[in-house]
Design a protein around this ligand. Structure first.
Ligand SMILES: Cc1ncc(COP(=O)(O)O)c(C=O)c1O
Length: 402
């Protein structure tokens, strides 16, 4: 028991010097709950309800259709894309916001096969990471069928050795949603490009939690959601990144009127617009989109490097507190120890994990359960503190000691 006060004191000392600690005030959170599920649904930034009320009552209620131009609704997908860009290491003009991640995986992957030349150019295989989030796998399978390619599920670490002259495109999750493992985006992207194929990354579990460096590492296309570490709200729109060098030839499989060069020309024939907005499809979901835009304001002046530093400190401290508080042998971490391989979550394998998580939530520690036996805890550096981390591990220890 001697470690316990020591850990509490350490937590207090870490919170006292946490330069991101004050950002918590910008979120709607209650001190009775330790919220470790921001990797599933980010918390609500306090300024969003007022902004949404303004959009509904003034922009929609009073300005009505005038808001498409006067309130900047029409250009919101590119404008908000440019706000996300620095968070994922992209220069402006390469990200468009809209649709779900699933839909953007489809656009990106089919677009990537077309950019590679596809089967006509001898490139007739798509690689997908074998541990992928299910939707990516389902869509990759359909994209492969549609483009005349074969789908090869491949472990991320094996991708550099598996790509070759027949590879059209490779779809990889930057952080594994179940284990929290961070995959080697620079190395895998370089290997894919050296083989003449295109690298498509799913950033759902990394954007807003750690540096991504899309431009720096030469990523071809990327997608991600905005409701996790970007706190955009339930079902907030996803985004699509198309590297500038590909934009002139990016051929979207969903060429809706919003990506037409002259959308109000109402022409029967399709002619794509220039730039990132080539990734748009139909009318944007303005209410969700403008809630997201407001929520991104918490990022003003925040460095992703500082977020990463705190994220690693939080997950290190959580692992240390779990080792001290939880009876030996009750949990086993499946999240890598090595910082270079860790995202911003800790996943613990545990017998009876579903019931354990129910009990944790009843006691004010909110993580989530992933079948068959994983307790998942996400750490959002913008609003999670070290005392909360210690408390979460302590409550987990109490639940497992029963
Ligand atoms: C890695 C990953 N990809 C894709 C998705 C699916 O996103 P959407 O429901 O926005 O299509 C999720 C959802 O949690 C995810 O974690």
């Amino acid at each position: 028991m001697s470690e316990v006060p020591n850990l509490e004191e350490r937590a207090a000392a870490l919170d006292a010097v946490d330069e991101l600690g004050k950002l918590r005030e910008q979120f709607v959170l209650d001190d009775g709950t330790v919220y470790l599920d921001g990797n599933s649904l980010g918390a609500l930034p306090s300024s969003v309800p007022g902004r949404v009320a303004d959009v509904v009552e003034r922009e929609w209620g009073r300005l009505r259709i005038r808001s498409w131009t006067e309130s900047g609704w029409w250009t919101a997908p590119e404008r908000i894309g440019d706000r996300i860009a620095p968070i994922v290491g992209a220069a402006a003009g390469q990200i468009v916001v809209g649709d779900s991640t699933s839909v953007n995986v489809f656009k990106a992957l089919v677009g990537a096969v077309r950019l590679s030349g596809g089967p006509d150019a001898g490139r007739d295989e798509i690689l997908v990471d074998s541990s992928t989030f299910p939707t990516d796998g389902y869509i990759a399978e359909s994209a492969a069928r549609m483009t005349g390619c074969t789908l090869r599920p491949t472990a991320p670490a094996d991708i550099p050795g598996a790509v070759g002259p027949r590879t059209a495109a490779v779809l990889v999750n930057h952080v594994d949603y179940r284990t929290g493992r961070l995959h080697d985006l620079p190395g895998i992207t370089a290997a894919v490009r050296a083989a003449g194929a295109l690298a498509v990354w799913d950033l759902c579990h990394s954007a807003g939690a750690l540096p991504v460096g899309l431009d720096e590492h030469g990523v071809d296309l990327a997608v991600g959601c905005t409701y996790k570490f970007l706190n955009g709200g339930p079902g907030s729109p996803a985004y699509l990144y198309v590297a500038e060098r590909h934009q002139a030839v990016f051929d979207s499989p969903l060429p809706g009127w919003n990506s037409h060069a002259e959308p109000f020309g109402m022409r029967p024939g399709y002619a794509p617009a220039d730039g990132a907005l080539r990734g748009r499809v139909g009318t944007p979901d303005i209410l969700s989109m403008l809630a997201l835009e407001e929520s991104l304001k918490v990022w003003d002046g925040v460095s992703v490097a500082a977020v990463r530093e705190k994220s690693l400190a939080l997950t290190d401290f959580f692992l240390e507190c779990v080792a001290a508080h939880v009876p030996a042998g009750r949990v086993a971490s499946v999240t890598p120890e090595v910082h270079a391989e860790r995202g911003s979550q800790v996943a613990l394998r545990c017998d009876g994990a579903a019931a354990v998580m129910d009990e944790l939530i009843a006691r004010g520690v909110v993580g989530d359960f992933r079948a068959p036996d994983v307790l998942r805890f996400g750490f959002t550096p913008l609003y999670v503190g070290f005392a909360e981390v210690e408390r979460a591990a302590r409550v987990l220890g109490e639940v497992l000691a029963r």
